[in-house]
Design a protein around this ligand. Structure first.
Ligand code: NDP
Length: 317
């Protein structure tokens, strides 16, 4: 880590999803003069989703992008200092804590709110790398447009996979939903929507083992009932391959100091956003393997800012 300390702040927020922006709204209204770094994906995962229909207060739904723009504006209105930049290293050995931004600038902070979210998982096939940007994607709303009237596959059986399949079905002529189990894990309402969409073909008990194509994805090699006696190889012709198999929490740069569970989710004191390091709080998906909703992320972002305010008050900082 560089030793150049450029700046000292009272409250640093890393990440710009609903957790980070909500923390920024509360922290700025409490006069903590928060600085927020937006990270790799300004606005977070919701900027790549379609409509958000389950956030209270939006009876007609709202686009993820619009909601995040509104949250950002709301935080800025109260004076939050929102900046582009990625936290690349941390030293939480003692307060004030040091966070390196973009590998060069070091910020010293009395309180830290980690709201770095989670990142889409891939299957780990070499072909996913080979065809990166040539037909493989983990974001239907980002890339779906390229597959109008084409055939695509979505891998996964949860709410994300169903959402992506439904979105793609509105553009593509045919969507395969490749599910490794004999059932979908998604909520009932999503399952029903998928099942009544005529151009979605659900392929239960199928695993993807590879992709093929000359100048981009032209198809996928699947195995039906992999490992069973009646296992069968199946090839499908597709133009695009979308991953929707869950997420990994973005806690890597804090792991030396902050306790996480075995999959990397930051452990917090139950019912609070407190981590094992005093003055360091975690909010949103980075600390939430269970709910992962915009509303719960916003809730924990609010809690983290209130905790930061109380911590500073107690310390007289
Ligand atoms: P989930 O963890 O719920 O689902 C992941 C899916 O991917 C499962 O079907 C899983 O299969 C499958 N999967 C995992 N690894 C592999 C693999 N290697 N090969 C094949 N399939 C694999 O993740 P989601 O992202 O769907 O959802 C996360 C959370 O966000 C959930 O709580 C969900 O309810 C919520 N959410 C809510 C939405 C909404 O309300 N509108 C929209 C999107 C998400 P298996 O079942 O076999 O484990």
């Amino acid at each position: 880590m560089s030793n150049t300390t450029n700046e000292k702040v009272r409250c640093l927020i890393i990440g710009s999803g609903p957790a980070g922006y909500t923390a920024a709204i509360y922290a700025s209204r409490a006069n903590l003069n928060p600085v927020l770094y937006e990270g790799m994906q300004p606005g977070g995962q919701l900027t790549t989703t379609t409509d958000i229909e389950n956030f209270p207060g939006y009876p007609e739904g709202i686009s993820g992008f619009e909601m995040m723009e509104d949250l950002k504006k709301q935080a800025m209105r109260f004076g939050a200092d929102i900046r582009l930049g990625i936290a690349t290293a941390s030293d939480l050995s003692q307060a004030p804590y040091k966070i390196t931004i973009d590998g060069e600038k070091v910020i010293e902070t009395e309180t830290l709110i980690i709201s770095t979210g989670a990142t889409a998982k891939y299957l780990g096939l070499p072909d996913e790398q080979k065809y990166a940007g040539m037909g493989v994607s983990a974001c239907a709303t980002c890339d779906g447009f390229f597959y109008r009237k084409k055939t695509v596959a979505v891998v996964g059986g949860g709410d994300t996979a169903c959402e992506e399949a439904l979105y793609l079905a509105s553009l593509a002529s045919l969507v395969y939903l490749i599910v490794r189990k004999p059932f979908l894990r998604a909520s009932k309402v999503m399952q029903e929507r998928v099942m009544r969409t005529p151009n979605i073909k659900v392929m239960f008990e199928h695993n993807t083992i590879g992709l093929f194509g000359e100048n981009g994805v032209e198809g996928a090699h699947l195995v039906y009932r992999m490992g069973e006696e009646d296992e069968e190889k199946v090839d499908i012709a597709i133009d695009g391959f979308f991953l929707a198999i869950g997420h990994t929490p973005n806690s890597g740069i804090f792991k030396e100091w902050i306790e996480t569970d075995e999959t990397g989710y930051i452990k917090t004191v139950p019912g609070t956003p407190r981590t094992n390091v005093p003055g360091v709080f975690a909010a949103g998906d980075v600390a939430d393997p269970h709910y992962r909703q915009a509303i719960t992320a916003a809730g924990t972002g609010c809690m983290a800012a209130i905790e930061a305010e109380r911590y500073l008050l107690e310390k007289g900082i």
